[in-house]
Design a protein around this ligand. Structure first.
Ligand SMILES: [Zn+2]
Length: 214
C-alpha cells in the first residue's frame, strides 16, 4: 500500500477490463490510485478541470513545465491553461509515457477529415459523458505503464511495460477535476497481456483498478 493512502478512505472504486473506461469527479485534495492488477497493462488517462471541457490535463504543458519527457514521482501535472492539476505522489514503476497519443490515434491524411477514433477514445468519451464532460475534444492521454524508449535521432519504440502485478501510481488532485481512465486493449501498448492470460492462475490480466480516496 502506498504511504500516501494511509488514513484515507476509498470513496469510489472500479475495476475495468481492456477496452473499458471509468470516469469520476475528483475534488481538490483527493487521491486517484491506478493499479495494474496483472502487470504489463497500459492505462490511458485524461482529465478536465471540473466540468469545463475546454481545460484539460496537457501532456505538452506537463513536459514543458518539468523540462522532461519522462514522468517522475513528485512531478506536477499541468493543464493547457498552466494550472497545476495533479501531483504524482506514488509511482512503483517509474516508466510511463506522455509522448504517444494513445492507441486511439489514427492520423488522417493532411487536409482530410478523418476523425480519430478507437477503443480507448470511444470508451473515455462515453465514460466522460456520464460525468457531464463532453468528449469531443479529447486531449492526448498520459499512458500510465506504457514503456516508450527513445532510440537514435529521436525515434521511439513502444516496448513491453515494466509494470508488474499490482504496480500503481497515485495522483493528488490539486484542483477540482474530472478524470477518466481506460484499460488499453490493443496493439503494442500491452504486448504481454495475451501471454499473461495464458498463464494459469494469473490474476486479472489486463485489468486496471481505479480508486478515488478522500
Ligand atoms: Zn488505448
Amino acid at each position: 500500500m502506498s504511504d500516501a493512502l494511509l488514513g484515507r478512505t476509498a470513496i469510489r472504486a472500479k475495476q475495468i477490463g481492456p477496452g473499458e473506461a471509468f470516469a469520476s469527479a475528483v475534488a481538490a485534495g483527493q487521491l486517484v490510485q491506478i493499479v495494474d492488477l496483472g502487470g504489463k497493462q497500459v492505462a490511458e488517462f485524461v482529465a478536465f478541470a471540473g466540468t469545463d471541457a475546454s481545460e484539460w490535463l496537457s501532456t505538452g504543458q506537463t513536459r514543458a513545465a518539468n523540462n522532461s519527457i519522462v514522468l517522475q514521482r513528485a512531478m506536477t501535472l499541468w493543464s493547457n491553461r498552466q494550472r497545476a492539476m495533479f501531483e504524482l505522489v506514488t509511482d512503483t514503476v517509474g516508466r510511463h509515457d506522455m509522448l504517444v497519443s494513445g492507441c486511439s490515434a489514427k492520423p488522417g491524411k493532411p487536409g482530410g477529415t478523418v476523425a480519430a477514433s478507437g477503443p480507448c477514445r470511444d470508451a473515455l468519451t462515453a465514460a466522460l459523458g456520464d460525468e457531464g464532460v463532453g468528449g469531443e475534444g479529447l486531449p492526448d492521454p498520459i499512458n500510465w505503464f506504457m514503456n516508450v524508449a527513445l532510440v537514435q535521432r529521436g525515434a521511439f519504440e513502444v516496448r513491453e511495460p515494466l509494470s508488474e502485478r499490482n504496480d500503481q501510481v497515485v495522483l493528488r488532485a490539486l484542483t477540482d477535476t474530472v478524470v477518466a481512465v481506460a484499460a488499453c486493449p490493443t496493439g503494442k501498448a500491452a504486448p504481454a497481456t495475451a501471454k499473461a492470460k495464458a498463464t494459469p492462475g494469473a490474476p486479472a490480466s489486463g485489468n486496471i483498478l481505479v480508486r478515488v480516496y478522500r
